[in-house]
Design a protein around this ligand. Structure first.
Ligand SMILES: [Zn+2]
Length: 692
């Protein structure tokens, strides 16, 4: 999925799968720090100061004019005064809007005046989350039971039986995953995606060469496992042995898993498409009984896809009694870290303490905010339905739909005019644009939660497990071996984000992003185009980028570019990669990774280009308002730790680059502000990049 902002909350394995299939407008993730300017040698950040680092603007007394650093100039006052709220690693336009939404969500979760079954289950889960007395009296009983089950396994045969048990599915831990997805070459059909072992460091590259970000992740993971094992009554020595064994297992597996960079590369789409039958799976996995596990959980599908064949081969190579204790250690580690936030208060507080350290923040989020996040994340459909009925006016949806229509119209004329496209590719591109699904705000149809109940006798843990079971039935079992229902295009519309889904050929501009700096009915038309308009233009472009080029108009994996056109496109994007590679984004001298971020950067450029195209037809268009609005949606401060994580893992450029390096590609920007050679924002015409 290709989003406008990366959200770092899902497990790496699932993220891998998702990122390959959808690309959204997501922009962010986040953490806090105190800058110690004298702590290490300062190497200049160029061509602009990384003003996304919290505190750096005031620390360095940085006050650039509009011609030297557009982003910092427009957002100066905000960058100087904005603070991180307790428990936050970042603050920005996305977060300010999410806060507005979350305040409303809290009303939805507490106001007994809201009627209906949806409101009832939402309120119950919210109050159960906050009921520490009940959670503390349950303590770690369930976890202990599950941990004992893992530790009592004595043979590979018993391990096989465990993987096939209901306990494993709903309460336990696995060393391989299966999730519902879509078949890349028959996107109307749901499939079963077989995914590789989750890694505690997130990226397999970290096992070869550890980064500072990987170091922090490992430190937190190990401390958490150690704490939870001590709570279960194990000794410090035992905990250390579990960590050593678990990591040894991960290292052996990680050597055969793709790195994040590989997963994000355009080649990954073909590489990760490996359909197979149950018989073929049995052949490919002779020791780890993957096929039998799938059968035991009634998950056999007509369409199955193995994401990483090399991984499965490697897993079979070490799935034996010799490594049994290492495998169990890995399972125990992931089991206890999976439980840490859903057991009692001491465990939860320890988790918070370690997270503060890991992300460099001094305070944690207040409990009521965490309860809102939890209920939002776990009951997103009921929460979204109530939100939409109370807070999303029909007029806003209509206006944004109109901007979507104008943008599509512009793209059509742009594709008609691109002189480097051959007629064959042009025709296919226009067909793809014409068949694009344009999803806006919220769906008319939702997954049904009317049969989900939280009964009086349920404690928090019972409710969480009942919900997982219900969702597994609704999202997995009832969908397996059926056709895709396009009306159910989304489950959560109360996040500030937008995305392009290649398997649907759809853009999805959801209710959450229709607000704040992105859109409000009072804004001028120019500001709307610089905000929500740019988001729309960004998403549409993903249909035509290096990943989009691999999916046709109905969302099936099929190459529709001629080799010549594709080579041309690549040449243009290579020029961009080279340019991005030159940016120094950190005091340590870290450069941007152009290969990692160029696709999203192309989308940002196309977003601006399409809005400028619309502007051409508007008399007296105020370009200053437009560019300022664009710079505002990317205002953000984040902790040093988060910045570091994003530089290494995020496919989106840092927001200050998303503004400065984008606007300097367009003539209208130079004309509006009179930028000339010698100004820091100036880029010579022959160095400017135009992909679209
Ligand atoms: Zn994007």
């Amino acid at each position: 999925m290709h989003c406008i902002l990366t959200v770092y909350s899902i497990s790496a394995a699932v993220l891998y799968t998702l990122m390959n299939k959808i690309r959204a407008l997501s922009i962010l993730i986040f953490m806090l720090f105190t800058l110690k300017a004298d702590a290490k040698e300062i190497k200049a950040m160029t061509p602009w100061l990384n003003t996304n680092i919290y505190g750096i603007v005031s620390e360095r007394n940085y006050s650039p004019d509009i011609k030297s650093d557009y982003y910092a100039n427009v957002n100066h006052e905000w960058l100087l005064t904005a603070k991180l709220k307790p428990g936050r690693t970042r603050n920005g336009a996305f977060d300010e809007l999410q806060d507005v939404i979350n305040d409303r969500l809290k009303i939805i979760m507490t106001d007994t005046g809201i009627e209906g079954h949806d409101a009832e289950i939402v309120r119950k889960l919210y109050s159960l989350w906050l009921d520490w007395d009940s959670r503390n009296s349950e303590g770690l009983a369930d976890l202990r039971e599950q941990a004992d089950k893992v530790m009592n396994i004595k043979t590979i045969d018993e391990l096989n039986q465990y993987f096939m048990s209901e306990d494993c599915l709903y309460h336990g831990t696995m060393i391989a995953g299966f999730v519902i997805g879509r078949d890349n070459k028959d996107s109307e059909s749901h499939n079963l995606e077989l995914i590789s072992t989750g890694l505690s460091l997130g990226d397999s590259a970290e096992y070869k060469k550890r980064t500072s970000n990987g170091e922090r992740t490992k430190k937190m993971h190990d401390a958490e496992v150690r704490y939870m094992l001590r709570r279960l009554g194990y000794t410090e020595e035992f905990a250390q042995e579990i960590l050593t064994r678990s990591f040894r297992f991960e290292e052996k597996i990680a050597a055969h898993e793709m790195t994040l960079q590989e997963v994000y590369s355009p080649e990954a789409i073909e590489k990760m498409y490996n359909p197979l039958t149950m018989d073929e799976l049995r052949e490919k996995s002779p020791f780890f009984p993957f096929a039998d596990i799938i059968a035991a959980h009634n998950a056999v599908s007509d369409f199955m896809n193995l994401n990483e064949p090399d991984w499965l081969k490697a897993l079979n190579g070490i799935y034996n009694s010799e490594n049994l204790e290492d495998i169990k250690a890995y399972m125990l580690s992931s089991l206890v870290t999976g439980y840490v936030t859903i057991t009692d208060e001491p465990a939860f507080r320890e988790h918070q303490r370690l997270a503060r350290e890991r992300f460099g923040i001094s305070e944690s989020k207040p409990d009521d905010e965490l309860a809102v996040d939890f209920v939002h994340g776990n009951l997103s459909v009921p929460v979204s339905k109530i939100y939409v009925s109370k807070y999303v006016p029909e007029s806003a949806k209509k206006e944004v739909e109109e901007i979507i229509r104008q943008t599509v119209k512009y793209y059509r004329s742009m594709l008609e005019k691109e002189d480097w496209l051959s007629e064959a590719t042009r025709k296919k591109a226009i067909e793809k644009l014409d068949s694009m699904r344009l999803n806006c705000a919220y769906p008319d149809k939702w997954v049904d939660f009317s049969e989900f109940e939280i009964t009086e006798d349920m404690n928090f843990y019972d409710a969480v497990k009942a919900l997982e079971k219900y969702k597994f039935r609704k999202y997995f079992q009832e969908r397996l071996n059926t056709k895709v229902d396009h009306d159910l295009w989304i489950n959560d519309v109360v996040v500030v984000n937008a995305y392009y889904q290649p398997l649907e050929n759809s853009i999805n501009i959801i209710a959450g992003i229709i607000g704040g700096d992105f859109y409000n009915s009072e804004m001028s038309h120019e500001e709307k185009l610089g905000g929500i308009g740019m988001v729309i233009g960004h998403e549409i472009s993903h249909a035509f980028d290096t990943n989009g080029a691999q999916f046709g108009k109905t969302g099936n994996l099929e190459s529709w570019w001629t080799d010549e056109d594709y080579a041309h496109f690549k040449k243009r994007s290579d020029k961009l990669i080279k340019y991005l590679d030159t940016f120094k984004v950190d005091d340590s001298g870290d450069n941007c990774n152009g290969s990692l971020i160029h696709t999203e950067t192309i989308a940002d450029m196309a977003g601006i280009k399409s809005m400028l195209g619309i502007a051409e037809g508007i008399e007296g268009f105020n370009y200053d308002k437009f560019f300022r609005s664009y710079a505002r949606i990317w205002k953000i401060i984040q902790t040093r730790e988060l910045v570091d994580m994003r530089i290494k893992t995020d496919v989106h450029a840092l927001p200050y680059i998303r503004v400065n390096a984008i606007v300097q590609q367009f003539k209208e920007f130079y004309d509006t502000y009179g930028i000339k050679k010698g100004d820091n924002m100036f880029l010579a015409p022959d160095e400017r990049v135009s992909v679209w």
